[in-house]
Structures are given as structure tokens and as C-alpha cells.
Design a protein around this ligand. Structure first.
Ligand SMILES: [Zn+2]
Length: 177
């Protein structure tokens, strides 16, 4: 007797449709797919696998995301499990333009693109960026570049708290690492 779970292509297709609607537990206006967190749905050695990559290692929301994925699949009778893939590391380039616009509309400044950073030394570059957060973060309310970081850890560890010096509104900045 074997308990091998057969995964069919229709299961994978159904899982994609379901998971496309799953939003970030901290930012209910964007989906995990749009953020680039949901990487793949595939047939693994133990049935259906959902591959997710955290926006940065140690992101506390990942446990919640894993639970959400499992609960959603289970509710629709799909057997599957979650694989957290750390390499390649998530980059802001995986976030869709639509997700950036939704973040802005929601009052969160979207992360800067890393596209112009040199290739091959990602770790060094990220470390350097962490030490010198000199990039201009535009206010999501009025667009002003006259903003200042008031707390490196905002409402969640994944965001920094900023204040706009033009309209005086505080806002979250989605950190690009
Ligand atoms: Zn402003």
C-alpha cells in the first residue's frame, strides 16, 4: 500500500487561480503574486508544492503567509504544502508595477528598484544600502521628496516609518530588502 498523493495538472491550475487572490497579511490591497512572494505552484515529490520567497529573510509575516496558503488550499480540497525558497533572494524587481501603484494608493511608499545596482555582489550591496539609507523616498500622499525617516522599524519589521516634511503626514516605506 502506498499513500502517494497524485497531483494533477488541473490541481495545479486550480491552486494558481486560488492563490492569485491571496493578499499579503500586512497589506490587504496587494496579492502575494503581485509582490513577487508567490513564486511557483508545482508537483513536488510529496504532492503539490507552493513555493514562496520572503521579501527578506526573517520576515515575521512568512509564518502567516504559509498558514494562509495551506488553509486556502485545504478549504478547496487540494492537498499541498509550502516550500520556502530563500535563493535566489527576493528583489524589488519581482514586484509588479501594479503592486507599486496599489501600495502608493494605500499610503505606503513602494520600495526602490534594485535594477541599477551592480550584479554579482548582491550581499555587499544590500549591506551597504542598509548602512546608508540615503535614497530619496517620495511621500505617497503628496509626492514630495522632502521626507525623513523617523523609525527604521515602522508598523512591521518589513517597513520603515517616514514623515513627509511637506504635508507633515507620516507614512510607511516598504523596505527594499
Ligand atoms: Zn507629503
Amino acid at each position: 500500500m502506498t499513500t502517494l498523493v497524485q497531483t494533477t495538472t488541473s490541481d495545479i491550475a486550480r491552486a494558481w487561480v486560488l492563490l492569485e487572490t491571496l493578499t499579503d497579511p500586512e497589506i490587504p490591497v496587494v496579492t502575494l503574486r503581485e509582490l513577487g512572494i508567490l513564486r511557483d505552484v508545482r508537483e513536488g515529490t510529496h504532492g503539490l508544492e507552493v513555493v514562496i520567497t520572503p521579501t527578506y529573510s526573517g520576515c515575521p509575516a512568512m509564518g502567516q503567509i504559509e498558514d494562509d496558503v495551506k488553509a486556502l488550499l485545504q478549504a478547496h480540497g487540494i492537498q499541498g504544502h509550502v516550500v520556502t525558497q530563500l535563493a535566489p533572494a527576493w528583489t524589488t524587481d519581482w514586484m509588479t508595477g501594479e503592486a507599486r501603484e496599489k501600495l502608493r494608493a494605500y499610503g505606503i511608499a513602494p520600495p526602490h528598484s534594485t535594477a541599477c545596482e551592480p550584479q554579482g555582489s548582491a550581499q555587499v550591496v544590500k549591506f551597504a544600502a542598509r548602512q546608508t539609507p540615503n535614497q530619496v523616498v517620495n511621500c505617497p500622499q503628496c509626492g514630495s521628496a522632502n521626507t525623513t525617516e523617523t523609525s527604521h522599524f515602522g508598523s512591521t519589521a518589513c517597513k520603515a516609518l517616514y514623515r513627509c516634511l511637506a504635508c507633515m503626514e507620516p507614512f510607511d516605506y516598504f523596505k527594499p530588502y
